[in-house]
Design a protein around this ligand. Structure first.
Ligand code: BES
Ligand code: ZN
Ligand code: ZN
Length: 490
């Protein structure tokens, strides 16, 4: 999709030439004086007649000009949160996209510079997500969207939206991969796709297969993966190196890539198993974040580690009371085979921290209890660096991908004490499992500065913020904001 930035206020003939138009008005101003712009009186009258305020939901009307411009009107307050702004953009874009236009124009009469730039960015992010085609296996294909350009009027100056384009590219790919059915995204097929991406983006790629992982004594990963009928699990390692040699810091990204989670021996009931092809979303978000940072040609090194496996039933599957040892020597008593995410991540984190990254971020659809605590409109965050907490909250707030931190105090470990091993994998009683899981993972990162994102917002019915699909690939925007704009870790 092309972006055309028109810095001037449009003439009325320019405006009337657009078949599809989104008008964003400043709420504070329209209260005192309705701004004057082409068709402003008609719009005001129609809005009043319909009894609409256009703040919570957009108002659409066809303008009385030659081509009957389909206009959608939105009012925003100056300090609108990023989440609300993105949500309004999704709704407004939805109204327009029903007509499947080739071009949409965005006009913001009377808007101050800062909210105008934020609105333009949010609308661009929304449309880049909306135009991306998600996997479909329907024999009758739905018509693809034709939208190929967005015209933005009256921005104060030419804007660089590179980060928005890069984030959309990462998010789109992550959503696509996450939505693929599990028979088309087995660990082997997933790795094949990653190989293609590695060539495209110029990453070095290595793969630790089951043999290599056994050799490394990665018993926690192997315990989960050994239940699969095929031997295709393993850890993908991708490396991004900046063009210019830099002495800057090193980032590590880690993702849970369970291509299907049956629950294992402790089999999930159908209602809970349905959707578990999305249990690889953490790895897709790590990959999407790597894509976005690569596109932006960031000047620090990135190592990305993806734990690809399935959690299966079968004669070789691990079971309750098994004791396994991870590659850092920690022995783990198995309590519930459905807590497989923390098992594969344990070894992956231990391996990722060997390279001494300056910041390690991991993503995982790890616990149902995080969904219980936050619902599916926020994701949970955990860190072993208390000084990161404000930046984490702010990055969530600024990006519109909202996260909230949970405590990670040592005394939560009491619940994970085992009589036979160093640690229990989880508990059998319902408690703060998202915190237990994070405490469990914390043992494998030691002192490495670490942010763990439990992706409770990975799937939200009806979409979330600017994303219109249930699968959100939540985390790419949050991560870029945290990594690039909040400089604590550097
Ligand atoms: N992948 C699930 C958690 C999950 C489910 C995340 C649905 C998001 C949406 C994870 O592997 C799991 O099954 N966890 C168990 C842990 C329990 C057995 C300690 C859970 O949450 O029930
Ligand atoms: Zn599970
Ligand atoms: Zn899982």
């Amino acid at each position: 999709m092309k972006l055309k930035q028109q810095l001037k206020t449009p003439t009325s003939s320019q405006l009337n030439s657009h078949s599809n138009l989104i008008i964003v008005l400043p709420k504070e101003q329209i209260k005192s004086k309705w701004p004057v712009f082409p068709h402003s009186n008609t719009i005001m009258e129609r809005l009043n007649r319909a009894g609409k305020k256009c703040t919570a939901s957009p108002f659409s009307t066809d303008l009385p000009n030659k081509i009957g411009t389909h206009a959608t009107i939105v009012c925003i307050k100056k300090d609108i949160s990023s989440f609300e702004l993105l949500t309004l953009c999704r709704k407004a874009a939805g109204e327009q996209l029903k007509q499947n236009p080739r071009e949409i124009a965005l006009y913001m009469p009377g808007m101050e510079a800062e909210p105008a730039i934020r609105t333009a960015e949010a609308m661009l992010a929304t449309l880049l997500a909306a135009c991306y085609e998600m996997p479909s296996y329907k024999s009758k294909k739905s018509k693809p969207l034709k939208l190929n350009s967005l015209v933005i009027y009256n921005l104060p100056e030419e804007q660089d939206f590179d980060q928005t384009f890069a984030e959309a590219e990462g998010n789109n790919l992550a959503r696509y991969l996450t939505a693929l059915p599990p028979n088309d995204l087995t660990p082997a097929l997933y790795r094949k796709r990653i190989t293609t991406l590695a060539k495209e983006y110029g990453w070095k790629m290595d793969f630790l297969d089951m043999k290599a992982l056994r050799k490394k004594k990665a018993g926690a990963f192997v315990a989960v993966a050994q239940g699969s009928p095929v031997d295709d699990a393993g850890i993908v390692h991708l490396r991004y190196k900046p063009r210019s040699k830099s002495k800057l810091k090193k980032l590590a990204l880690v993702g849970k890539g369970i291509c299907f989670d049956t629950g294992g021996m402790n089999l999930k009931p159908a209602q809970y198993m349905h959707g578990m092809h999305e249990d690889m979303e953490g790895s897709a978000v790590a990959l999407g974040t790597l894509i976005a940072l690569t596109e932006l040609e960031v000047n620090f090194e990135i190592d990305c580690w993806l734990a690809l496996a399935q959690n299966h039933i079968g004669p070789k599957a691990y079971k309750q009371n098994d004791v396994v040892t991870a590659c850092n020597g920690t022995s783990i008593e198995i309590i519930h085979t459905d807590a497989e995410g923390r098992m594969v991540l344990a070894d992956t984190l231990a391996i990722a921290t060997k390279d001494k990254p300056d910041l390690l971020m991991d993503y995982a659809t790890l616990t149902g209890s995080c969904v219980g605590a936050l619902g599916t409109i926020y994701s949970g965050a955990f860190t072993n660096k208390n000084e990161f907490i404000n930046d984490i909250i702010d990055a969530g707030r600024d990006s519109g991908e909202r996260v909230w931190p949970f405590p990670l105090d040592e005394d939560y470990d009491k619940d994970l004490e085992s009589t036979i091993a160093d640690i229990k994998q989880c508990t059998l009683t319902s408690g703060p499992d998202h915190i237990h899981a994070a405490r469990f993972l914390q043992r494998f990162v030691n002192k490495t500065p670490w942010v763990h994102v439990d992706l409770s917002a990975g799937n939200n019915k009806g979409g979330l913020a600017h994303i219109a699909t249930d699968t959100t690939a939540f985390g790419v925007r949050f991560s870029l904001d945290f990594i690039l704009n909040k400089k604590q870790w550097e």
